[in-house]
Write a protein that binds this ligand. Sequence first.
Ligand code: SAH
Length: 498
Amino acid sequence: MPAVGGVEASPTAAGWGILGDQLQERVVEYFPIFMRLTGEPCLLVGGGEVALRKARLLLSAGARLTVVAPQLVDELAALLASGQIAHVDACFSALHVGGQRLVIAATNDREVNRLVSQTAQAQGIPVNVVDDPELSSYITPAIVDRSPLVIAVSTGGGVPVLARLIRARLESLIPAGFGRLARFATRFREQVKARFGNVEERRAFWESVLEGPLAECVMNGDERQAETELLQRLAAGDTTPAGAVYLVGAGPGNPDLLTFRALRLMQQADVVLYDNLVAPELMELVRRDAERIFVGKQRANHAMAQEEINSLLVRLAQEGKRVLRLKGGDPFTFGRGGEEIELLAEHNIPFEVVPGITSASGAAAYAGIPLTHRDHAQSVVFVTGHKKDGSIQLDWPALTRPDQTVVVYMGLAMVAEICAAFIAHGKAPTTPVAVVHRATTDQQRTLVGTLQTLPGLIQGSGISSPSLIIVGEVVALSSRLGWFRRVEGAAVTIGHDE
Ligand code: SAH
């Protein structure tokens, strides 16, 4: 017999001893399990708000719930009235515990909670006392619920707030549609297993499905289409990844203004096509090993012609790649997004357009200029100051209407002509105008003047593209409502009216 620590022990005991020593560094204090409670009798002691939260959780798991409490909050009373719970209208007694599968104590009396805990533990029934790990034989994790996909987070009962913070991060990363996707995939589990005897092939098949356009299709609610495609791939034994193009709006530049969906697609793309409007901070959020292709576009200085970009998108997707076309702002607002997807549609390539915050919204919010206002502007118009041939032909009578805000994209180079045209078509020369440069980023600069003074203010200010011009009475509000940027320390320069 080997001796452990000087004591003669059985092989089993020696095994435990060694295992215990090896694991000392990383003891898992709580063993995580997911427990089936459908139809199982569970006991909840307590009738207040905390008990109510636990009751909802247990009911969502299908438990047959009995609540012991001399009093019930209204919502618990309602659950009782609708027959969803049973009620023992009394103080807790040890007799209530017998036969239960799980017990939760949620009273505000620690002695009662202790009695519940002791009674349950004496009978080997798992018991949790809310916010009291010492009296609990198990603890309940913070959960991200995308049923049947459930993620549980625990800090061993030590720092529940931290678990909740982690949960909040996960909530933002895991698309709401994942539950639907999990249910969808489960339906085909047996069929896929039968088709691919080989585990490797089976994994490749599921990866091609769960990471490709088919999965997006399910999450967008089109299960019929997804099912047809899945069955086709299954019949053909196709495990190669399916290509697709995602035309994604990256917002005006501040990474915090990305949508969850944009971020997720950025993190799973194989190739990213981007241009100068996409800030470097945003590119850092793209999957590390994704190929990056700069297709930079500047006014009249296109690094790659639009037609080349369009056919590159088609070619990459046909190679089976998940292609991300990242666009500044919103892809369908002066983004030529429409042109880029036309060719994709012609070639039957799956694509998806993800909206982004357009720079007009970003600039307005960060410069304190509400685009509409009950007193000053009942409508807002977005126009471009740039035409293919370099001239500006705009509908001036429409743009100079009263009570309207006009936002000019790509107008900086022509700002003098634009301001002059507003005046020539009847706008007061004192109409407030702002130019907002690199809106929403830490390089944002806002200049405020009038139709008469703004071109002069811009000269020598160092302001360059990308910048937006905002014309209308609402601009005057920026001195009062632009506090947000000033608090953040960005440069706001107010040009004064003469
Ligand atoms: N699709 C983009 C617009 C592309 S056109 C969107 O929805 O915002 C390019 C023009 O957008 C620039 O010339 C500039 O006028 C404007 N722009 C884009 N990002 C900007 C930003 N961060 N600040 C100010 N203007 C911006």
